[in-house]
Ligand binder design. Structure first.
Ligand code: RAM
Length: 955
């Protein structure tokens, strides 16, 4: 079913496709579908107690699961015969369908396990067994690899240029496989990036593997089924290594003139591979990376994520990855020692893959003879070239997100990222090339050096993204809002790139923790990010600083106890809380208590750090964070107008974290901790309002305490820091820090501040996410809609009106009056933080909100604007099944359709007029049925699973 969801390009096609699935299972009770292990379909894993999940479908309404049974066997045959030799859970009385930990026999490295599940419904009738699913184990003990880290050091080459970009090393080994082959597996990783070939064919669809981690602590590996690549007889294995995150350039190190600008983990990329071949007679043959492999440099002369690739096809190595090849000129590889403590684990996330290909929209010749190709969409990726020419012809590709008014490529905002690819032709027949160890954030590519005018087949845009499965989609009858939504999705696609990066184009591309937590809930509605965040939370916790604070980005390479990219990078209020907030969001969206437990002590350590810093005061007074650079941290980053005090923000985040910890403590049954955090939360709320709030509920800051101290971001003594800001109220409301009376006052203050600001927002990264939710919850839905639909500066609509296809970093990344005024510093056109409005779009505009982790229970409470939007339709594939919600306003008539998955419950709010007149599934509801269910202008009904349509008169 998931495949159907991924490929469904429009909502209607999707729902049509679903119908036959339902029919097949008609009258068979409840049916488990979409079986997954550790959030993935048929994965390779190395978890000893993998978590299993399924969803349920039924042709009956109001269905629930009362029991389930899981069987796991070592073969399909045994499972088909109901002979589970590995685990039989027996009939378990439980309504859970996910986060169910395997409890059978000890799982063994490299084994494949098959499983199925059946469920009993509300009438205790047993349903049919599910289809068979599987998982495979990786190598549970590092010692099993028996493979060495091999390398070929080319670091001394290409040194004395403005960028030190040595050539990529090539590796190969040939081997005769003597007998007919039954199966083959490749276990592969690198310190760097790799591509692996067998008999000339690239293995797998993954790019940028094995991903960025703290390579000193852990390296991930991938496992591929290579059965069909192997032949009885001569075989050749080849690999290309690139520098990647391990030894390439990272972040803004070059820009800020750090002592080290590249090779933060090591200067030589290394390969480790293990191939296991099983012959048809049962014998096994193992080939590992060792000193029998040969290496050479080749046509890939430069290869770097930020700076691009140079490929000299004239230096082509011919059939280097084919069996018949003369390796005489190739060198012997060197074996490199491993680090004892470095873990080797199966990649838990979704690897980067090609999402789609884009054809040029237009190709324009420039006066200097270069051509600008417009792909019509800002994205992360590369260009595939298909060219013809003479040997030695050199083609250069540069990339930009925007054009200058005169049509020139705008590259200033790339800062020190060279972002240039070069291809030198071999000559003769048509040549195709695509860089694979670099990527760029761009809409426009500039091509030069081609001896003829490029036609549309010459360049193809290749879109890369972490392959997180599509989980949701929304559409309205408002064109601007639809484009905004598309822009949000494209921005997520561009930046969920192994890690959640801030931007894909300039010399940065770091996983900033602040950006990640403000946007995470928004992301959840677009794609299934459970596996992606399972991976990144490892990075976040690996990067936790010695004092307990979480870092401002993760992974954060370190040197001598300091950040290596820029020594002053450490922690900041509003960023470091990601360690708690993202763990909480994972729990809230997917019911993931396992991850909560896993990082429980790390999170406690972080709260302890805050407690110590607040010196028992339960708050942070002005100037509490002066030890960081910038002083006070980043505050409400890139806000406009009055600046919110960073310490007031830090206090609110402290309270929010205590709230989330209390809730998570309850979920993982840490009773003592729960009491402790509940108490802490109360004390912080009190300290916060005692200190930062006046008797009318207005937030205040003693700005004179900051005086004219330097080192605060954007702080100007004459303008001061403030408490009475949109950001402060929005957060206080969103984070649940206020009493009902205080909340009401905050709602009013927030509304007034927006109105006084000509009805416009003024929030930065931290203020924008809670802004619309806070307006909605305090009764200002119309104002929230006004902000959403505004096209005047500053607003989301302003970006759309100016041609944006992704979300900008700044409200004023571009204005007609001032152009790209921020380019010299930082000015990304593909930055998801301001896209955090997606959360409100799903939770308030569509109106679906989870009230029990994983949408086991949820509300459907669409908020209807007075004008601008008359219909909305959306779906969300929750871990508990498919939710569908659409509404339509037609004059006086309001129609709401909802699909509630089996085993879940929804509380539906249907707006009504003065005389409630409601049809439920075309049946007029009687007075008796309406009784006690009418609240102010709304009919509230609780429903079990099924599809419902409500129509009501709203006037
Ligand atoms: C910049 C980026 C990033 C932000 C940091 C504080 O590098 O805008 O998104 O989190 O600053």
């Amino acid at each position: 079913m998931r495949d159907i969801i991924c490929s469904a390009s429009n909502l209607f096609a999707f729902f049509l496709l679903l119908i036959p699935t339902l029919k097949v299972y008609a009258l068979s009770g409840i049916q488990p579908v979409n079986l997954r292990s550790e959030y993935k379909v048929n994965p390779v894993i190395d978890i000893k107690n993998p978590r299993l999940s399924w969803e349920l479908i039924s042709d009956q309404n109001n269905e629930v699961q009362t029991s389930y049974q899981i069987m796991v066997a070592s073969s399909v045959k045994l499972l088909e015969q109901n002979k589970p030799d590995i685990w039989n859970s027996g009939k378990v009385n439980s309504n859970s369908t996910n986060q169910i930990a395997y409890k059978g026999k000890d799982l063994i490295s490299t084994e494949v396990y098959y499983w199925k599940v059946r469920s009993w419904n509300k009438s205790k009738n047993e349903g049919k067994w599910s289809d068979i699913s599987r998982w495979e184990m990786g190598l549970l003990d590092k010692k099993e690899w028996k493979a060495s880290w091999i390398g070929y050091n080319l670091d001394s080459l290409n040194k004395n240029t403005s960028y030190h970009l040595p050539p990529a090393p090539y590796f190969r080994k040939a081997k005769d496989l003597k007998k007919p082959i039954k199966s083959g597996r490749l276990y592969i990783t690198s310190l760097g990036l790799h591509e692996f070939y067998i008999n000339g064919k690239r293995i797998g669809k993954d790019y940028f593997v094995p991903g960025w981690t703290d390579y000193n602590k852990r390296v991930y590996y991938q496992v591929y089924d290579i059965t069909s690549n192997l032949t009885h007889g001569k075989n050749a294995f080849g690999a290309i290594l690139s520098y990647g995150w391990y030894s390439g350039y990272l972040g803004y190190a070059l820009l800020v003139k750090s002592p080290q600008v590249r090779a933060f983990y090591g200067d030589t990329p290394l390969l480790k591979a293990r191939l296991v071949i099983e012959y048809q007679d049962g014998e096994k043959e193992v080939i590992v990376t060792d000193n029998t492999w040969r290496a050479n440099d080749g046509p890939l002369r430069e290869s770097d994520i930020l700076n691009g690739e140079t490929y000299n096809a004239g230096m082509d190595l011919g059939d280097w990855n084919m069996p018949q090849y003369d390796v005489q000129r190739w060198k012997t590889v060197k074996i490199y020692p491993d680090k004892e403590e470095r873990m080797l684990q199966v990649y838990p996330g979704n690897p980067v893959r090609i999402y789609t290909e884009l054809k040029p929209k237009s190709i324009t010749e420039r006066p200097d003879g270069k051509y600008i190709v417009d792909f019509g969409q800002n994205f992360s990726g590369v260009v595939r070239l298909k060219v013809k020419g003479k040997a030695g012809d050199s083609i250069t590709l540069r990339y930009g997100e925007m054009l200058h008014p005169d049509g020139r490529l705008m590259t200033e905002n790339l800062r020190k990222a060279r972002a240039t690819d070069r291809y030198i032709l071999k000559g003769g027949a048509e040549e195709t090339w695509m860089p694979t160890f670099t990527y760029h954030g761009f809409q426009y590519a500039e091509i030069s050096g081609l001896k003829y005018a490029p036609h549309k087949e010459v360049l193809t845009g290749i879109v890369f993204s972490s392959a997180t499965p599509e989980a949701g989609k929304l559409e309205t009858d408002n064109k601007m809002v639809n484009r905004l939504y598309e822009n949000i999705v494209w921005t997520q696609r561009s930046n969920y790139f192994d890690i959640p990066t801030d931007c894909p184009q300039r010399d940065e591309r770091l996983a900033w923790t602040g950006d990640a937590h403000v946007y995470m809930k928004s992301a959840i509605y677009n794609t299934d990010i459970a596996a992606f965040f399972t991976k990144w939370l490892e990075d976040v916790n690996d990067s936790q600083l010695a004092n307990g604070a979480y870092s401002i980005y993760a992974p954060m390479p370190m040197k001598d106890g300091k950040a290596a990219i820029r020594a002053s990078d450490s922690y900041s209020a509003g960023w470091m809380e990601a360690g708690i907030i993202c763990t909480y969001e994972l729990y809230h969206a997917y019911g993931d208590i396992h991850t909560v437990k896993k990082y429980w002590n790390n999170m406690k350590k972080f709260i302890h750090f805050l407690a110590q810093k607040s010196r028992g005061n339960f708050l942070f007074k002005e100037r509490s964070f002066e030890e960081t650079t910038p002083k006070g941290g980043f505050g409400d980053w890139l806000s406009i107008g009055n600046k919110t005090s960073p310490d007031l923000l830090a206090t609110m985040y402290y309270g929010y974290c205590a709230n989330l910890m209390a809730e998570m403590a309850k979920a993982v049954e840490e009773k003592e901790d729960q009491a402790y955090y509940e108490e802490k939360s109360k004390k912080i709320k009190k300290a916060f309002s005692d200190y930062y709030m006046d008797e009318t509920g207005r937030l205040k800051v003693n700005s004179s305490i900051y005086g004219d101290v330097k080192g605060y971001i954007e702080y100007r003594p004459e303008k001061g820091f403030h408490g009475h800001t949109q950001t402060a109220y929005a957060n206080a409301i969103y984070m649940n820090l206020l009493t009902p009376l205080q909340k009401e006052a905050a709602g009013k203050n927030l509304k007034d501040l927006i109105n006084e600001n000509s009805g416009k927002l003024a929030t930065g990264f931290l203020g924008v996410k809670p802004l619309l939710p806070a307006l909605s919850v305090t009764g200002s839905t119309d104002l929230a809609y006004k902000l959403l639909m505004s096209e005047e500066y500053p607003s989301w609509g302003f970006e759309v009106a100016n041609g944006a296809t992704t979300i900008w970093e700044r409200w004023n990344s571009y204005t007609k009056e001032k152009g790209f005024e921020n380019n010299a510093g930082m000015n990304s056109f593909n930055h998801y933080s301001f896209g955090s409005v997606n959360e409100w779009m799903f939770e308030n505009m569509v109106g679906i909100k989870s009230t029990k982790p994983g949408f086991r229970e949820f509300v459907v409470k669409p908020e209807i604007p007075t004008n601008g939007i008359n219909s909305v339709k959306a779906f969300y594939q929750s871990i508990n099944g498919l939710i569908h919600c659409s509404w339509k306003k037609d004059g006086d008539l309001f129609i709401l359709s909802v699909n509630v998955p089996v085993n879940t419950k929804a509380k539906v709010y249907v707006p009504v007029g003065t005389e409630p007149n409601i049809l439920m599934n075309k049946r007029l509801l009687s007075e008796k049925e309406l009784k006690n269910k009418l609240e102010k202008n709304v009919f509230v009904v609780e429903v079990g699973s099924g599809s419902y349509t409500f129509s009501s008169k709203i006037k």
